[in-house]
Design a protein around this ligand. Structure first.
Ligand SMILES: *[C@@H]1O[C@H](CO)[C@@H](O)[C@H](O)[C@H]1NC(C)=O
Ligand SMILES: *[C@@H]1O[C@H](CO)[C@@H](O)[C@H](O)[C@H]1NC(C)=O
Length: 385
């Protein structure tokens, strides 16, 4: 009896505090047991290498000490995401040797688009593993992993449990190659913009398929400022009038931003259509552009120059990539990396360094650039409060 008044007073003091803090306290961490990723080279952890040949050294040199199928000196944003939700790095689905899919799989491959390719990879086209194919691969993975795991033993150990699929995080980073391949095939800015609705219809179809397979938590990156990348800047003889104060090609970044605003609407629509699922739209464009724009402030230099490349204003040559060999005046020259990749943003003219990927991850992990503004670890929730 004596303790009762005290209990009451504590209750009444805490009650208003709990209500005030509810937006923050209300969301529990999701404890995602698995991660499934869909995308292009921005998040490829070995798919393209498994299918079409290894990414050469010096890829991987900073973190892995050897090439591991990533187009970077080290880890990608998707690696920091895996680590950020407490999981091991996820293996490429296409890798048939030494893989462990117990905590997810990565369906991304370099050169992938959302729409199906209209030209073959080896004729200068994009990857055959477009997003629809990646979603069919996921379908295969889901079904076969469950029948295979039933065999027990090592199979059970290497594959996700059935209940991981609805509780997993599904991440997307794709669309850049749909837009750049439009430009590279000769379309004008307006013509590329006119393809955006069809690209996003195909995106919706793929996400719907994964939803119907049981996916409930979706983390969707928008596309980056590819008008700041050497492979775009170098190819499209950029006229002074078309670059911004940073030196990025304005028409390309304009198209990226058009795509992103429509992607955001598409994600809004998905959120309306599927009330049981959580969709988080993540503005990686802003993070990447801030980094390039204010490189020095954040401890980086030469934001528009490739670390690993050869020649020209951007240290990039379309004929020879990072790790390749070019013959100059009768002498073979190996294309190697710059002295200090940790102070550089661009790795090979197309992709970002590990240091840049980590920096971008740090900007997006707490939800500051997301709609709704939900942190990564809480991305199974539909609303921020
Ligand atoms: C697969 O990876 C998980 C997570 O790291 C680990 O617990 C498990 O032992 C691995 N399985 C095998 C067969 O190596
Ligand atoms: C190649 O040779 C030409 C003519 O001798 C010379 O002008 C040029 O600088 C050389 N290029 C390189 C990269 O050494």
């Amino acid at each position: 009896m004596e303790s009762q008044p005290r209990v009451f007073s504590v209750f009444f003091i805490l009650l208003p505090v709990l209500f005030t803090l509810k937006p923050v306290l209300g969301l529990t961490e999701c404890h995602f047991p698995a991660l499934f990723n869909f995308g292009d080279s921005n998040s490829d952890t070995g798919g393209y290498s498994a299918a079409f040949g290894m990414a050469p050294p010096p890829d991987g040199e900073t973190f892995f000490g050897a090439p591991v199928g990533r187009y970077s000196d080290g880890r990608l944003i998707v690696d920091f995401i895996a680590k950020g939700i407490g999981l091991p790095y996820i293996d490429a689905y296409l890798n048939s040797v030494g893989t462990n899919f117990s905590h997810g799989a990565n369906f991304a491959t370099a050169a992938s688009t959302i729409r199906e390719p209209v030209s073959a990879l080896f004729q200068g086209g994009v990857s055959p593993f477009s997003l629809d194919v990646q979603s069919w691969q996921f379908d295969q993975f889901l079904n076969r992993s469950q029948t295979t795991a039933k065999q027990g033993g090592v199979f059970k150990d290497l594959l996700p449990k059935e209940d991981y699929f609805p509780r997993a995080l599904y991440t997307f980073d794709i669309g850049q190659n749909d837009l750049t391949s439009g430009f590279f095939s000769g379309l004008t800015e307006d013509e590329v913009i006119a393809t955006i609705p069809d690209i996003l219809n195909k995106f919706t179809t793929a996400v719907q398929n994964i939803y119907w397979e049981g996916g409930r938590s979706f983390w969707i990156h928008n596309t980056g400022p590819f008008g700041c990348l050497p492979y775009v800047l170098d190819r499209l003889l950029v006229k002074a009038a078309q670059v911004d104060s940073v030196g990025c090609a304005t028409p390309f970044n304009d198209v990226a931003q058009q795509f992103n605003s429509k992607l955001k609407e598409t994600v809004d629509q998905l959120r309306k259509d599927f009330p049981l699922a959580a969709f988080t739209y993540v503005d990686v464009y802003s993070a990447k552009y801030s980094l390039i724009h204010q490189a020095r402030k954040y401890g980086f230099e030469h934001p528009l120059r490739a670390c690993c490349g050869y020649g020209g204003a951007y240290n990039y040559n379309q004929q020879v990539g990072c790790g390749g060999t070019i013959v100059v005046n009768g002498t073979d020259i190996l294309v190697t990396s710059c002295k200090n990749p940790s102070t550089r943003i661009n790795w090979d003219g197309v992709h970002y360094t590990e240091a840049a990927n980590k920096w971008v991850f740090d900007q997006i992990v707490n939800g500051a650039l997301s709609d709704p503004p939900i942190p990564l670890k809480k991305a199974c929730h539909r609303e921020a409060h």
